[in-house]
Write a protein that binds this ligand. Sequence first.
Ligand code: FAD
Length: 291
Amino acid sequence: MIKDFKYFAPKTLKEALTLADKYQDEAKVIAGGQSLLVLMRQGLVAPEYLIDIKGISELSYIKSDAKKGLRIGALTTHRAIEKSPRMRDGFAVLAEMENRLASIQTRNWGTIAGNLCHADPAGDPAPVLIALNATLSLASVRGERNMAVEDFTLDYFETALEPGELLTEIRVPATPPHTGIAYTKFNVIESDLATVGVAVSITLGSGDGICQDARIALGAAAPTPMRAKQAEAVLRGKKITDNLLREAGEVASTEAEPISDIYASEEYRRELVKVLVKRMGKEAFTRAKQA
Ligand SMILES: Cc1cc2nc3c(=O)[nH]c(=O)nc-3n(C[C@H](O)[C@H](O)[C@H](O)COP(=O)(O)OP(=O)(O)OC[C@H]3O[C@@H](n4cnc5c(N)ncnc54)[C@H](O)[C@@H]3O)c2cc1C
């Protein structure tokens, strides 16, 4: 049963930040409630104060600019991202990822920031945003700070948010020319969380097929979403071939720190990393050649 709490429904960010600052650790922010309510029902989280930010319309938007890239307000739902025409300008991978996240009902109500702040290592958005080199804006009554998505999650269900701080915006830089990005997850039940998720971004030099830059991000393969930096180094500066992608997959599977749980053993997850890095590397390479 859910323990009693005092409920606030601020209509502006300023109001929400003032409440979050006043009640600090005794308060919880709720957005779509798709993750928080489950924890509250289980009695794992029992806030004294609940700050419902869903009604703050100034935090729900998707803006894009050819030079600056994409800006997504914290309260943007998964479904809004999935359906946004703005994803066509180099960010199709975000819409593809959202299309496989949960059910339509959950996507209609759950928010991208809520997903990141819940910090489930199996969440879909974080690996994709890491491959896209995205950053976050965090705000409190003291001001704003920015942070790379890859630095945001500190441990299982733990983020770098300070008490009184809210995630307000996700910023995705414009995709460099000749870049392809691909994401997939392996899951047993369609639309369920990832057993392992892999996002790969490959940037090619113009016309020569040489990998100028690569970013490989893994989900559900460690306590936090992680970059496989040694695997990225395997690709950088070389001509992409099937053998090179296989080597990158093998290196990524040794870098991963997966656990065994009811969904998969550690060994099985390492095998998934190996296979999916190669597969997504191939897809990203194909997309980069067409970009
Ligand atoms: C049936 C089901 C299936 C699911 N399947 C998937 C899946 O396949 N892939 C996947 O990635 N996820 C999945 N999820 C998880 C879900 O998509 C996300 O966790 C959800 O989108 C969270 O968003 P929310 O707005 O509902 O957050 P809430 O539940 O409201 O909040 C989640 C956490 O974030 C904090 N928070 C929310 N917004 C902010 C903010 N702006 N600033 C600071 N803190 C904030 C809250 O305090 C809370 O700790 C599933 C969930 C359900 C119920």
